[in-house]
Design a protein around this ligand. Sequence first.
Ligand code: ADP
Ligand code: ADP
Length: 225
Amino acid sequence: KLDLELVSVTKRYGTTVAVNAINHLFHHGSYVCLLGPSGCGKSSTLRMIAGHESVSEGAILLGNTDISQMPPARRGTAMMFQSYALFPHMTVLDNVAFSQKMKGIDKATRHKKARELLELVGLDTLADRVPAQLSGGQQQRAALARALITGPEVLLLDEPLSALDPFLRIRMRSELKKLQQELGITFVHVTHGQDEALALADEVVVMNNAVIEQAGPAREVFNAP
Ligand code: ADP
Ligand code: ADP
């Protein structure tokens, strides 16, 4: 059970300071929503945790280990990308199994694991389709299964529901919450929606101008009843 901790993490792009020495402890097993205006540094923060972007300064601890210099696949984190990042020519099963293939895991083992994940997200009957043959929500679930197959301690989600229509968004929202509770891992979810954060988050972190402005339970942060 590993907490994730950002210790004075800074990201610079040339002279732009996108993230300015932020500190935060993400409790293991909590659903955290990261909010704030466009350009305040949310995506950069997520990408640094995932290892898709280097940190300029600071440390990222998972438990007692500084993961900030590790390659993405070894960190114990995974990022759920928008569904358009699925490989269009591959079946859903092969998409979900892809990272396992890269790791050199044999076909029978990775397919078995991928089927388990597809069952978890309710897509087991659609394993042999290609992404274009799935609805928007189904593609989203496939992207989720693809991220979860690595067995992460921390799942990072960058506006995962923004491309969905309002009805589907509400449904996927409750599915995400249910899945997070079942898995008992940490979700860090970037969203623009205050309603989304109220529905999902154990904790809300608000960024503004490259720093964390406020953090706490959603109802407190939003002053909701
Ligand atoms: P948010 O996700 O909150 O919209 P970002 O982390 O994407 O914020 O961006 C924070 C700041 O860093 C913005 O000023 C943005 O223009 C800048 N930025 C983000 N990515 C890059 C990049 N690859 N190169 C240069 N500047 C970037
Ligand atoms: P610390 O754990 O750093 O000693 P607190 O327990 O006061 O300090 O929590 C710091 C922040 O984390 C607070 O905003 C609190 O709402 C939030 N928090 C505490 N425990 C949890 C938890 N189990 N899940 C989600 N958020 C939590």
